[in-house]
Design a protein around this ligand. Structure first.
Ligand code: PMT
Length: 401
């Protein structure tokens, strides 16, 4: 998909700039023509010589080359590009981009670019969550730029949190998806994601550890392949990137059920990735339950509706329904039982016994079982890659005789 594409790779001054070398190499390997533009401080982290060797093109850092007087036209570059990717993007460059501060070649070219712009932030976790950074990223998103969310993990400061630049392989995947054939154009997909919160009183709830990462990755994958996506999501801390994704935020299983029942009849496929609480308190206190009570309160639980099963009963010919199974034991048997009982066309099993799989991680290890009897087991991959596999398998099911 990237063959002969003109890509501007913008590199800014952060430690993650060392990953830009791999990114450039992968882009070139995929057949793209890559023009690197570095901010002056990026040169402190990785040399222009490294980048020009990898891309076969002189790196641009200034408006003109001092010894020859050759002018580097940001306007021509902006017109030349099929895509611009800024990786890593520091808080400083993001701030300049959001506010039109064109004091270097990179931001000036960004302002001239007609092509889609992908921004891969990388910074320390406190910078990442500072209101000014959050606001600037939001501004960039509202201007139509694509934000490639940073991952969580150990940062250069040795603190642990969100701020690691997305891995080069995944950035290439985002770009590839952007240029990919839109094989889901004209299709409407319903996706559930995240946990549900079941209220005990105004300050407490029953919930679970789902971060929403898996469901949101599937939503982004489906939208990037041309689908219209309705994403019914429990409370999570993730933003959607693609304007083809309509976010329907809910809190409880009941609210998720209502939204899904209303949407599913208009959809070609439902993908139930949410970790829905199986039980809810039968009564919600209207005031905070006080600690001073003499007796320890007893919370009686009632069963929540099974959303996947309800949709399985509503399913019409031509519609598909996909479930997930999160297991801790007897995995394959339990997953296949759920596939059958909920009238699913396919189920994606992830086990909490596999390191790096399931809740909260950026990775997952899944085995896919189809109602037609196929089993597809994959190794540990990023959730973006798993999302790609899930959508590919759904498309293959739709083509089964
Ligand atoms: O969000 P992340 O942190 O990225 O984690 C991803 C994940 C682990 C939540 C995801 O990969 C996953 O496994 N989701 C399903 C979790 C789950 O609730 O599994 P289950 O085996 O209990 O449910 C089976 C299926 O029925 C699921 O499709 C579930 O969405 C659905 N279900 C379950 C209960 C219920 N009351 N209604 C439902 O629709």
């Amino acid at each position: 998909m990237l063959k002969n594409k003109h890509i501007i790779l913008g590199i800014t001054g952060g430690i993650a700039a060392y990953k830009s070398a791999s990114l450039a190499r992968l882009l070139v390997k995929a057949g793209a023509e890559v023009q690197v533009i570095m901010t002056p401080s990026a040169r402190e982290f990785i040399t222009p010589l490294t980048m020009s060797t990898l891309t076969g093109k002189p790196v641009i850092t200034e408006f003109f080359t001092a010894n020859t007087g050759q002018w580097n036209s940001h306007v021509d570059l902006g017109l030349w590009a099929d895509a611009m990717v800024i990786a890593p993007a520091t808080a400083c460059t993001i701030g300049k981009m959001a506010n039109g501060i064109a004091d270097n070649m990179l931001v000036t070219t960004y302002l001239s670019a007609k092509a889609p712009v992908f921004v891969a932030p990388a910074m320390d976790l406190d910078m990442m969550r500072h209101p000014s950074t959050v606001h600037n990223i939001e501004k960039l998103r509202s201007y139509g730029n694509y934000i490639i969310e940073p991952a969580e993990g150990e940062l250069a400061s040795h603190l642990i949190g969100k701020g690691r630049m997305e891995e080069p392989e995944n950035i290439v995947r985002v770009l590839t998806n952007h240029f990919a054939e839109k094989d889901l154009t004209g299709h409407h997909i319903l996706i559930t994601a995240g946990p549900t919160f079941e209220k005990i009183d105004p300050v407490r709830f029953i919930g679970n550890y789902s971060s929403g990462k898996m469901g949101y990755a599937i939503a982004e994958e489906a939208a990037s392949r041309g689908a219209r996506v309705s994403l019914v999501s429990g409370p999570v801390d993730i933003r959607v990137n693609n304007p083809a994704i309509e976010l329907i935020p809910v809190e409880s299983a009941r609210q998720m059920l209502d939204a899904c029942v209303a949407l599913y009849p208009q959809c070609d496929c439902g993908i139930m990735c949410a970790a829905v609480a199986d039980y809810a308190p039968d009564h919600q206190a209207t005031h905070k339950i006080k600690r001073e009570h003499e007796d320890v309160p007893v919370i009686k639980l009632v069963k929540n509706p099974d959303i996947a099963k309800t949709l399985g009963e509503m399913k019409q010919p031509g519609q598909l329904l996909v479930g997930f199974a999160l297991e801790t034991d007897n995995e394959e048997f339990n997953a296949i039982e759920k596939l059958r009982k909920k009238n699913l066309d396919m189920i994606v099993l992830n086990s909490l016994r596999d390191a790096g799989a399931g809740f909260g991680t950026d990775t997952n290890k899944v085995t896919i079982f189809t109602a037609s009897g196929r089993t597809i087991a994959t190794p540990l991959k990023s959730k973006t890659e798993v999302a790609h596999d899930v959508i590919d398998t759904i498309i293959s099911i739709a083509h089964e005789p």
